[in-house]
Design a protein. Sequence first.
Lengths: 289, 260
Amino acid sequence: MVNRAASRRRIDLRWVGLLPFAVFAGLFLILPTLYIVVGAFRTPQGGFTFQNILDLNTPSIRSAYWVSIKVSFLSALFGCLIGFGMAAAITVGGLPKRIREPLLTFSGVASNFAGVPLAFAFIATIGPAGLITLWLRQDFGINLRAYGWNLLSTPGLIVTYLFFQIPLMVLIITPALDGLRREWREAASILGASAWQYWRMVGLPILFPSLLGTMALLFANAFGAVATAIALTGPSLNIAPILLFAQIRGDVLGSPNLGYALALGMIVITGLANALYIWLRTRSERWLK
Amino acid sequence: MMRVWAWGALLFGCMYFALPLIGMTEFSLSMRRGEYSFDAYRVVLADPRFQATFAYSVVMALVTIAFGVLLVVPTAYWVRLKLPKARPWVEFITLLPLVIPAIVVVFGYIRLYNTSSVLPLTGSVMGTNLLLMFGYATLALPYMYRSVDTGLRTIDVATLTEAAQSLGAGWVTILGRVILPNVLASVLSGAFLTFAIVIGEFTMAALLDRPAFGPYMQILGANRAYEPAALAVIAFGITWACMGLIGLVNRFSRHTQAKR
């Protein structure tokens, strides 16, 4: 009896070491999020309701989510394709070895170069008076505007987001490509497979969970981005993070609880994308370890 | 054939990365009509609001780093040494800031710590600064924790602790003079990454209404033409410097480990 009580107390003492971390995470991560989640299911009087969630179904909020999802999905898709191309080039593409390290270093920098300055860089490049815009107009007589190009729009947002999506893809997928064993390719070619057949039937199926998982991660990455979008387009573009920003600043929806529901929608979407990423990553580790 | 495609993909990607960097540099230098000059930089650097907001963000970054190290190093150490069972949970919590958008977290802060709450942090300037610092620490938590935890993996925590204890060291001595120096490279990596994140952070600072560098850049961007490009060049330089320092620290630590 005495022994068991003593051992229990020792266990208790060990957990005390986690107290600072638990208090910090509780106060500044879990509780604030829970407050939003619970608020989404409450009436202004404090009762329980699903009305806030149902109220999200207005044309303006629906379109904000839809545009956000579209921008995030397309920037994730192109980021995946281009990033995979570059990562494949430096791993299995037979390029000189010394290109690899600088590209990975640069990817580390570029994937962290987001937010307000990134928007400035793109305004200075393909904005209305940007370097490429002027160059095309003066030297080739091509007026990008006449072709419907506008940086302050959804395509502009996608092009800008790609600047941090591509390097993130390169950083995540390069180790996966390194994990493709030389033996697999040799085995395939001994059995008479062409390079195309090897990729279609061996390489890509093994990489597929990694590719899809990384795409989910890139999606979540773009979906939560606020600063770049605001610096690029101001409050004019109707996407979910900008709408939430305006709601927090000045209750533009006219109901605090509707604001919580809007935020909850964002958590659900990024949460699902991340869950997909984690699930697919554990699957991909069966082969690539 | 393969090699042609590889070069193609690489060149396309490099063009994509290079053009905005060239664009912003060129733009930042062309404030004076007809010739290149550093006028935009001169204007920005002389702006008292630039100096004030930049200094504010630097101080915030340093305080965040100090707090993050004090929180993460003992926690990660303790989990490795005494509570391996708790590791998946702690790791899960440290990854949550990557899942929950920063704008949602700060939304919660504003509602939870307003002037009529139990802990009215937003009621005073110092309280709001503190809240912003905790917010930044939350944003940096995934990177800091993973970095320190990776560092701890490379050393024998249990043996070092027992050796220190048998020589009569207390917990503070063990952490400060045995564990910390051994994982210093990882701590510094996490610190530089935290610096890069905090220095230009916009969402939290803007919504908590603090005069940080991120909101200043955004306001300047909405009102000026050439100065924002100069700021972008400066910000890119800072990010580059932080990543460069991380690389340097890692190379240096690998070097010393090889000697041992």
